[in-house]
Write a protein of this length. Sequence first.
Length: 447
Amino acid sequence: MRVTHQSKWGMLGAMALAVASLISAKPARAQAVQWQTLNDEVTALSGAGKYDQAVVVATKALAIAEKALGPDHPDVDTSLNNLALLYSMQGQYAAAEPLYKRSLAIRERALGKDHPDVATTLNILAGHAKAQGQYAAAEPLYKRALEIRETVLGPDHANVATILNNLAELYRTQGQYAAAEPLYKRSLAILEKAYGPDHPSVATSLNNLALLYAAQGQYAAAEPLYKRVIATDEKTLGPDHPDVARSLSNLAGLYRAQDQHAAAVPLYQRSLSIMEGALGKDHPDVAVALNNLAGVYDAHGQHAAAEPLYQRALAILEKAVGKDHPEVATTLNNLASLYAAQGQSAAAEPLYKRSLAIREKALGKDHPDVAQSLNNLAGLYKAQGQYVAAEPLYTRAVAIAEKALGPNHPHVATAISNLADLYRKTDRLKEAEPLEARAKAIRDIKR
């Protein structure tokens, strides 16, 4: 199972509506110039994908704000959020979480528990939990943020649409498509009313609804939405904007899912060209585009074309976000799968193992991506006839998927099908057959 990114919002895998952004405020007159200069530098470095350098500068900005105003001043919250966001962008969730929680505490004390800015931090914390596969923790945070915004701002405010979208994303990730669709549609209706049909935020909402349809195999419903997104982005942002590149990639992914190789490749190629021109050849989002193009080559057996693209993506990500980032794990997984498809097990195994180790460390041992890594490593062992080594990995992958995604998620069906196949190969038909029946029942669920 290979992973590529077909999100409008690029390598962070966030289809949400601007969950967080770097903010500016002045802590005190004496330090204002230095503090603002540092924040400007943080924004520039982050925009260039130089997250390690941005963290150093953001840490200095936080220290200046704390010294000038004290640790609990509302303006310190700005620096806390900036630093936390940078850690999140590098997959350093353990470093980011206490900063976000401290920010929440400051806002609740200073503004009251029902202030819109409190809802903003709750939204960020929920997104942070979602990124780590902590879906049960994310849902009540999103719901509380939604309740605050609806009460304070009204049910038709654009900021309500943001939370609706993010909650829908949470449900989509868990395969709860029936719960997600009305939220996406309500979000879209609010944004169209607030901004008109051609606004970039409307395009984002359309993109996410299209992702939902694509996930359900409703390709005919998804395609016109993606095309409308591209047209809107090109009109409002220009043909060479990174968001156009992301939209092209999403449409290409839809064609790839339908095995329309000839339609997908030029869209992925144009997406890559735009990203390189707009962001520079070493930006993390360029690595995403490389992964996507490599993936479509790989899927059609063009391994010689895919391999250097995966390798270049890996080099970019290791330099930009560090060797232990989840995105590095994704690219390692993709490259390993390429080698496995060519029967190069000795090359694939250490990459799968490294991908698994990164994900366990960065995301926690019960994250769905950990289940994917376990599944892929088990598949490699199964292909070599190493059934004893493969079985506990498949069993653990099933347990993680069921816990994180629920017993009826499509990924659970995949995991138990793989385990059932192992049982068949080892003549354990009595164990295989009920798993096969369960997998079929999951796939037959109307979502």
